[in-house]
Design a protein around this ligand. Structure first.
Ligand SMILES: C[S@@+](CC[C@H](N)C(=O)[O-])C[C@H]1O[C@@H](n2cnc3c(N)ncnc32)[C@H](O)[C@@H]1O
Length: 507
C-alpha cells in the first residue's frame, strides 16, 4: 500500500506513547451541575486524550474533529514536546502560508492525536474529520495508515456556502470534506429517515404490477466492495432474455422474491431484474456522500450571534452538520468526543438531539486548547444553551503528570485514580471505581490486582496483607513500595510483587 513520508515522521509515529500521563482536575467554578458525565477539558488535546485513555479506552462511539485546515491564515502553532532536536527547532513558530514545512508540521501534529483518538473509539465507533483542500489528501493517506484503508467509510462533500465567489484561479470553492472511518470492518452508518420529498421524487406510484403502495426498484446485482461471495446463475426475463451475472442473493431467495411478485424486469419485461421495495417497508435511505442541502457556515455564524449577541468565534460549524454525523453513527446513550472543540457546536448538537429524541442520553467530551476560548466561548455556549436543553458538564483542566521529573508518583494522585491507572496498564480495560475495595483493585482473566498505596507510613507488602487473600494458585499482582514477605510465602499465595514506581508501566 502506498504510504506518505514527511520531515519528522519517524520521530512522531510513536510519540503518543511518550506523552506523559496527566490527571484531570475538575474546576467547580466553571462546571454546571453535579457529577456530570459530560466533560469540557481545557488543554492541549494531545495530553488531554492521553489523560482520557485509562478511563475511556474503546468507549467512544462517535468522534468529530475540526482541526486547523492549515490554510496559512490561521496562525496555529506546533509545539508538541517531541524529543528530537530537529523538531524542537520548529517550536512555537506560527505556521504561515510561506512556511515550506507547513505540511510536515501539520502531519506531525495530527499523527499522534489520530492514534490516541483511534484507541478511544469503540470497535463499532466512527470518526468524522472536517478538512479542506489544503490537507485533504495527506489526511486520507495517514488515516489509511492509522485506521486501515479497509475501514474507510466515505469522503463526504459538504457544501459550506451557497454564494459563488472566485478565488485567484477562478474557481468558486463552495465545498469541503468530511473524511470518515470506522474503527473495525463491517460497521455501517445508520439509514436516514425517508422524507416526504424523497418519497415523492424517488418512488413510483402504485401500478397494476406493484399495487401495494409507492415502490422503487433496487439492483439485485452485487455492487462494489464485496470481497468474495456472490451467486452466479441464469435468470430468464418474462419477455425471454437470459441474464447471467453475479447476484446478491442465492437462487432460492430469488425464486421467493419472484413468487411474491417483488421483481421488476423493466418496462419491456426484458431488463436486468431488480428487487421491488415499497416505501412502507423501507427502513430509510442511505446517506449520500454529497451533503449539499444542509446548513452552511453562514448558519453556523448566525447561531453564534443568536447565542452571544456577537460574532465571537470565526469558524463555527452549524449544529445541523454535526447533528447529522451524530445521527448517522450513534445510539441513544452513546459517548461523543470532539477534541478541537472551538465554540462547542458538538455539545450543542448532542444536547439538541437528546431533547428531540425521547429517552436519549448521549454524553459529550470536548477538548479546547485556548483557555480564553474554553472558558468564555466553549463552556459559556454550553451554559447558555443548557437553560433550554437541561444540560450540565464538568469543566476539567490538566494537572501534573502522574510521574514527576524524578520518576516518582505525584503526591496528589488519589488512591482510586492510581488504581484505575494500574488496572488499565495491566489489563487494557477500564475499571468501574465502584468495584475498588482497597487494597483490592479488581479482577481480570483469572488474575487479581491489588494496590497498597497512601498508607500513613510506608506502602508495605507484609504479613498484614495476607489477611485479605486466600492461599491459592490464583495470580495476585500486588503493587507496593516494598515487600517483606519471603519468596516462599509469595509463591504459596500466588503473589507477584510489583514495586512502585519502577514497575508501574508508562502507557
Ligand atoms: C476550527 S476550530 C473548531 C470549530 C468548531 N468545530 C466549532 O464548531 O466551533 C479549531 C479549534 O481547535 C482548537 N485547537 C487547536 N489546536 C488544538 C489542540 N492541540 N488541542 C485542543 N484544541 C486545539 C483551536 O483553538 C480552535 O478553537
Amino acid at each position: 500500500m502506498p504510504s506518505l513520508n514527511w520531515i519528522g515522521k519517524e520521530k512522531i509515529v510513536n510519540h503518543d506513547k511518550e506523552v506523559p500521563f496527566r490527571l484531570l482536575k475538575k474546576v467547580e467554578k466553571y462546571s454546571l451541575g453535579k457529577d456530570s458525565e459530560n466533560l469540557i477539558i481545557e488543554g492541549d488535546n494531545l495530553e488531554a486524550l492521553k489523560a482520557l485513555i485509562p478511563y475511556y479506552v474503546g468507549q467512544v462511539k462517535c468522534i468529530y474533529i475540526d482541526p486547523p485546515y492549515n490554510t496559512g491564515n490561521e496562525s496555529w502553532v506546533y509545539n508538541d514536546n517531541v524529543n528530537a532536536p530537529k523538531i524542537k527547532e520548529w517550536f512555537k513558530k506560527e505556521v504561515k502560508i510561506d512556511d515550506l514545512t507547513r505540511h510536515d508540521k501539520w502531519l506531525c501534529m495530527m499523527y499522534p492525536r489520530l492514534k490516541l483518538l483511534r484507541d478511544l473509539l469503540r470497535d463499532d465507533g466512527v470518526i468524522f474529520i472536517s478538512i479542506d483542500d489544503n490537507e485533504h489528501c495527506h489526511l486520507k493517506i495517514i488515516m489509511d495508515e492509522i485506521f486501515g484503508s479497509e475501514n474507510f467509510l466515505a469522503n463526504f462533500m459538504w457544501k459550506r456556502k451557497k454564494e459563488i465567489s472566485n478565488d485567484s484561479k477562478n474557481v468558486s470553492i463552495q465545498g469541503e470534506y468530511v473524511v470518515s472511518y470506522s474503527k473495525t470492518q463491517g460497521v455501517s452508518l445508520a439509514l436516514e429517515e425517508l422524507s416526504e420529498e424523497y418519497i415523492k421524487t424517488s418512488y413510483s406510484d402504485p401500478t397494476k404490477e406493484f399495487p401495494l403502495g409507492k415502490w422503487r426498484p433496487v439492483p439485485l446485482t452485487v455492487s462494489k466492495g464485496l470481497s468474495g461471495g456472490g451467486y452466479t446463475y441464469k435468470i430468464k426475463a418474462p419477455a425471454g432474455k437470459i441474464h447471467e451475472r453475479i447476484w446478491a442473493y442465492p437462487e432460492n431467495s430469488f425464486k421467493n422474491l419472484l413468487e411474491q411478485k417483488r421483481v421488476y424486469f423493466g418496462k419491456d419485461k426484458n431488463g436486468i431484474p431488480q428487487r421491488v421495495i415499497y416505501d412502507f417497508e423501507s427502513k430509510g435511505k442511505p446517506t449520500t456522500n454529497f451533503w449539499d442541502n444542509i446548513a452552511t457556515n453562514k448558519e453556523g455564524k448566525k447561531e453564534i450571534i443568536d447565542i452571544f449577541g456577537d460574532n465571537l468565534f470565526d469558524t463555527p460549524k452549524p449544529v445541523e452538520l454535526i447533528k447529522k454525523m451524530i445521527k448517522l453513527s450513534t445510539d441513544k446513550d452513546s459517548l461523543v468526543l470532539d477534541s478541537f472543540a472551538g465554540s462547542g457546536t458538538t455539545a450543542d448538537a448532542v444536547m439538541q438531539l437528546n431533547k428531540e429524541e425521547e429517552g436519549s442520553n448521549r454524553k459529550f467530551i470536548l477538548i479546547e486548547l485556548e483557555k480564553e476560548i474554553a472558558q468564555k466561548i466553549t463552556s459559556e455556549r454550553v451554559r447558555i444553551v443548557s437553560k433550554n436543553l437541561n444540560g450540565h458538564f464538568s469543566y476539567e483542566v490538566l494537572s501534573d503528570p502522574l510521574f514527576n521529573a524524578n520518576g516518582t508518583i505525584t503526591e496528589e494522585v488519589s488512591y482510586n485514580v492510581f488504581a484505575q491507572y494500574i488496572y488499565f496498564t495491566e489489563t487494557h480495560t477500564n475499571l468501574n471505581t465502584k468495584e475498588i475495595a482497597n487494597p483490592k483493585i479488581g479482577e481480570h482473566n483469572e488474575s487479581e490486582y491489588y494496590l497498597i498505596y497512601k498508607k500513613p507510613k510506608e506502602n508495605l507488602l507484609d504479613k498484614s496483607f495476607l489477611k485479605n487473600v486466600k492461599k491459592s494458585k490464583i495470580q495476585k499482582v500486588v503493587y507496593a513500595d516494598k515487600n517483606t514477605l519471603s519468596d516462599e510465602t509469595l509463591r504459596a499465595y500466588g503473589i507477584i510483587f510489583k514495586q512502585i514506581p519502577y514497575e508501574v508501566k508508562v502507557y
